[in-house]
Design a protein around this ligand. Structure first.
Ligand SMILES: Cc1cc2nc3c(=O)[nH]c(=O)nc-3n(C[C@H](O)[C@H](O)[C@H](O)COP(=O)(O)OP(=O)(O)OC[C@H]3O[C@@H](n4cnc5c(N)ncnc54)[C@H](O)[C@@H]3O)c2cc1C
Length: 331
């Protein structure tokens, strides 16, 4: 029996109460509503349960893939022979620390975190209230909007580092945040467990008004009525992906069920029945066309999980934006 099957058997034996869904279709667990079954999806009850699963996987030299809200991922239609752990159902502790900072577990949604900050008269996370991700996914991606980024608010993060079976607390500086990037993306085997956010005092009414303003802007500009994974491409140096895509005449361009949003050219949306290959082919067409039009190479922002998409058919060769996890994640 291959290592993953042995590990799953052991997990079932050692954690009999664990919610473990086998051959679980991922279309139901991501905002794109695309994706075939993964070998197993575990929903640990708490941080101890999560680290225990990691420990058992490590014994078999396997890394799990941690999933937050699934709002920045394209899962393949073919499915994946991997074990995923979902953080957002139970790892949701959120409270004020005695010194006024906010403690949040990885599964807390960014909307809830921002709302909690507002209720406690803490300003600085207004930008995050409309980002549909979780604290874990948000830190991994250094999510941001309207001039704010999580790096501006996160004081520290606690991670479980699977290769060493150890817990670490990293300061903001150690997290090495950059534009939609963080140390965690370069650290195979890193599971974000929680974070502390330190914010400025502010007037709850003004904070709420700012959130309403930003969310209205979002509703006006973004295709929130259709499934997507947010911005398909990162902002290239000195420009905006959406403007370049628009200038290349691609607004509304469609491959199967995947379309360059007519409302916001930076979004690839699922207009109905899109496959992961539709999305991938469309993204590669966008890159090729934008490159021909403006000589700018766009780098995907969303995470494209394997399998074997054929890169060579599609214009300039750039490695896909891929963080650890999935079939290449053996530790
Ligand atoms: C409509 C829409 C609007 C969006 N707007 C924005 C925006 O304004 N700004 C922005 O930055 N993004 C935006 N996004 C993208 C997305 O919401 C963010 O990137 C978000 O931070 C991803 O969080 P998530 O919990 O969904 O992560 P997921 O998609 O679940 O995961 C993203 C990555 O993080 C990893 N990960 C998740 N949790 C953990 C953990 N606990 N430990 C280790 N790794 C983990 C996953 O393995 C994966 O590699 C938008 C998406 C949509 C659909």
């Amino acid at each position: 029996m291959e290592q993953l099957e042995l590990a799953i058997e052991e997990i079932k034996k050692e954690l009999p109460g664990l919610a473990l869904y086998e051959n679980e279709p991922m279309a139901e667990h991501c905002s794109f509503h695309i994706g075939g079954p993964v070998r197993a999806l575990a929903v640990p009850q708490d941080v101890t349960g999560l680290t225990k699963i990691c420990y058992l996987l490590k014994k078999h030299e396997i890394a799990p893939y941690i999933l937050g809200n699934g709002t920045n991922i394209l899962f393949p239609d073919e499915g994946l022979k991997d074990l995923f752990i979902i953080s957002t159902e139970k790892l949701t502790k959120l409270f004020l620390l005695p010194d006024g900072a906010i403690y949040a577990e990885a599964g807390v949604s960014l909307a809830k975190l921002a709302g909690f900050a507002q209720q406690n008269g803490l300003a600085g996370l207004e930008f995050a209230s409309g980002i549909p991700g979780s604290v874990g996914g948000g830190l991994m991606m250094n999510a941001g909007a309207y001039g704010g980024e999580l790096k501006d608010a996160a004081e520290s993060a606690v991670i479980y580092f699977l290769p060493e079976q150890a817990l670490y607390e990293l300061s903001n500086e150690q997290c090495a945040f950059g534009y939609r990037s963080s140390l965690f993306q370069k650290m195979p085997g890193c599971v974000i467990l929680s974070a502390v956010f330190r914010l400025e005092k502010g007037d709850p009414e003004q904070i709420a008004a700012k959130m309403r303003e930003l969310n209205a802007k979002r509703r006006e500009k973004q295709p929130l009525d259709l499934p997507s994974a947010g911005s398909a491409f990162k902002r290239p140096e000195g420009g905006f992906a959406a403007a370049l895509i628009d200038e290349a005449g691609l607004k509304g361009y469609t491959v199967g069920g995947a379309q360059v949003s007519e409302k916001h050219a930076g979004f690839v949306v699922n207009v109905g029945g899109a496959t992961s290959h539709d999305v991938y082919d469309l993204m590669m067409h966008i890159r090729k066309t934008v490159y021909e039009h403006s000589k700018v190479v766009l780098e995907p922002e969303m995470i494209l999980l394997p399998p074997d998409y054929k890169l060579e058919d599609h214009g300039p060769q750039i490695p896909l934006h891929r963080v650890w996890g999935g079939t290449e994640s053996r530790v």
